[in-house]
Design a protein around this ligand. Sequence first.
Ligand code: GTP
Length: 424
Amino acid sequence: MDEQTIPVTVLSGTLGAGKTTTLNHILREGGDRDLAVLVNDMGEVNVDADLVAESSDISADEEELIELSNGCICCELRGDLLDAISGLTRDQEFDAIVVESTGVAEPLPVAQTLTLGFDQSDLDPTEFYEETGIEPLENCHLDTTVTVVDAHQFNEAMQSDEILDDDGTKKHLGDLLVEQVEFCDILLLNKCDLVDEATLDEIEETLEILQPRAEIVRTTHGRVDVDEVVDTGRFDFEEASQSAGWMQELQDPHESAEEEHGVTSFVFEARRPFHPERFAELLDAFPENVVRSKGHFWLAGREEMALMLNVAGQSIRVAPAGNWIATLPPEERDEQLEAYPELEEMWDEQWGDRGSQLVLIGTEIDHESIREHLERCLLTDEEMDAEWETFNDRFPTFEPPEDADEDEAENPERDGQEEIGIAD
Ligand SMILES: Nc1nc2c(ncn2[C@@H]2O[C@H](COP(=O)(O)OP(=O)(O)OP(=O)(O)O)[C@@H](O)[C@H]2O)c(=O)[nH]1
């Protein structure tokens, strides 16, 4: 990354968390920095852009403020986002650019668009440039991703079954909140004036376990030290996309020690498949205090493909997680085994790599009881000898991707992630 290029900060956060308030604070307190801002609103009228223009001396007339409305920069406006930044920086020098996402935007695709557009990613951007028709922008770099969390609404949002609409894509509020927390460099725990100290401590514990890498700063009315969020050099795509607590936990499974407010995590592992009926029943009545669960699992009768469980608050999604290595032709399988010694270690003579590994994160969760419940969903000895195809299976079915590699290169995290709630 060229340090001379313009640093770009992206502000994310659910509706009303305080993004515009924070942006205005940055503009007011930014000192002699020459800042440009880009505001994305979903509605036809760009309310946030008007608010920014009203309460700062920045203006759309002087082209320091770009409004992107009628769409979302994490979906169909990805090309427009880069076009706008390109337009902004063509004739004018800025010290930094701040992008305010909509409340329904996921930070990962926005960051991906920017790192590709700024030619700051290891991914091959050729297809991306062809698709968007834009030229790589060499004068900017993605510098900091900030997620603003509403302390006052946090617990309620995690438990909410509210469904939001992001340009036709339905998202659970809790799910979106978790995605925003899991992908960022710095978390602003905002609206601290509305919440007591003990609740703040508890939320902070949850945030730390969901996102161990990000710095957490408590704010009121978005009043953060501008140096913490602008031109910080914090962003790294690889690190950011690997930093979620559940990923760290899978890479290094351990029982986390209980903190004051009882937020803990653990990993459940099994080498037998889940019974589809019993596992679906368990998900229907999933313990409410599990705020996050993610990982792959083996469902009896699905010997081709691993499935991915994605629980965030009240949202429970199941998606394909790719074919088991055991299904590959012998030559390819051996290549994989050679490349990954840990795979060789866990390889089962009969079932290969099939098995389940799930991370569970929650407040005052009873590890032993949850473990027992999960174990009861595994096939019994008798069921292991039965015809697995006869089990009642109401999990969704998935077609194998035509070219898994290509799909993955395009969007590693959301590969095949349709909104599939089996429990709602
Ligand atoms: N009490 C209190 N109110 C706040 C704080 N931060 C923001 N607000 C208020 O919360 C409301 C929403 O703030 P915004 O900054 O517009 O939130 P946003 O995230 O930009 O909202 P959207 O653009 O709709 O997604 C406004 O009325 C703010 O004045 C805070 O720390 N404490």
